[in-house]
Design a protein around this ligand. Structure first.
Ligand code: NAD
Length: 253
């Protein structure tokens, strides 16, 4: 599905990351991949994973740092000339904001969560869309807590609402250049980031118990859908948030 496509994966931390499921599937489908890592500690984990998928374009990128985004864009432009897709699998909020009361969120905590988890998609689109000279596709990851109040999801729900709205506005703007922008909304998956959410195991258990399919989803499940959405087979799909949660969102708590 992705033969002759070149894609950038932003948000790989380790082999539990959703980005890893997407990377493996998109590579299997023929894509050539570039990767970013947040810092030196994660570089040690990301490098061997990226190399195992034949990637030799592995670059630093803190999405809150414009200079790093610029350097990343320049490196991709120099090596590949153009880009076909970007996977944005990035989110962060300070622990006290994730686990505290929404009414006690600080101005700084709100900024950090929204800037890292939502604005970063806009920043990457601004920098990288110009490399999509033959059309392209952006894909981000969101969660049901953007729409309904999910216990303990807190500030991240507000950030995901902003992210999903950014998907719709970016899709309208970039559609002119045949660039599509979509989001996958997976059910709960045990990853490094998920550890920041209090009582996360209850979210996993609730899905297994109540979702129509009575199962949790995996990064591989997300990868299968991602490969399709990033491919030309999905060439008419843009501005969408696609649920992948065994039907859990249908229950409307
Ligand atoms: P993860 O911890 O494996 O990935 C999160 C990534 O965000 C990490 O690689 C981290 O380095 C990166 N990141 C954080 N701050 C950054 C910054 N300033 N610059 C660059 N990168 C930064 O966890 P994950 O669960 O795979 O998360 C990937 C995406 O999936 C996130 O957007 C998350 O909200 C979303 N998501 C996760 C679940 C779940 O249950 N795990 C469910 C729905 C959506």
């Amino acid at each position: 599905m992705l033969q002759n496509k070149r894609g950038l994966i932003v948000g790989l931390a380790n082999n539990s990351s959703i980005a890893w499921g997407i990377a493996q599937t998109t590579r299997r489908e023929g894509a050539e991949l570039a990767f970013t890592y947040l810092n030196d500690a994660l570089k040690k984990r990301v490098e061997p994973l990226a190399k195992s998928l034949d990637s030799d374009l592995i670059l630093p990128c803190d999405v809150n740092d414009d200079q790093q985004i610029e350097a990343l864009t320049a490196a991709i432009k120099e090596k590949w000339g153009h880009l076909d897709f970007v996977v944005h699998a990035v989110a962060f909020a300070q622990r006290q904001d994730l686990q505290g009361k929404i009414s006690e969120t600080s101005r700084e905590g709100f900024r950090v969560a929204l800037e890292t988890s939502a604005f970063s998609l806009i920043a990457l689109a601004h920098a990288l869309a110009p490399l999509m000279s033959e059309g392209g596709s952006f894909l981000t990851l969101t969660y049901y807590g953007s729409e309904k109040v999910v216990p303990n999801y807190n500030i991240m729900g507000i950030a995901k609402a902003a992210l999903e709205c950014s998907v719709r506005y970016l899709a309208c703007e970039l559609g002119e250049q045949n660039i599509r922008v979509n989001a996958i909304s997976p059910g709960a998956i045990k990853t490094l980031s998920a550890k920041g959410i209090a009582d996360f195991n209850s979210m996993l258990a609730a899905t297994r118990e109540k979702a129509p399919l009575h199962r949790n989803v995996s990064p591989d499940d997300v990868g299968e859908l991602a490969a399709f959405l990033l491919s030309d087979r999905a060439s008419a799909i843009t501005g969408d948030v696609v649920y992948l949660d065994g039907g859990y969102n249908l229950l409307g708590f």
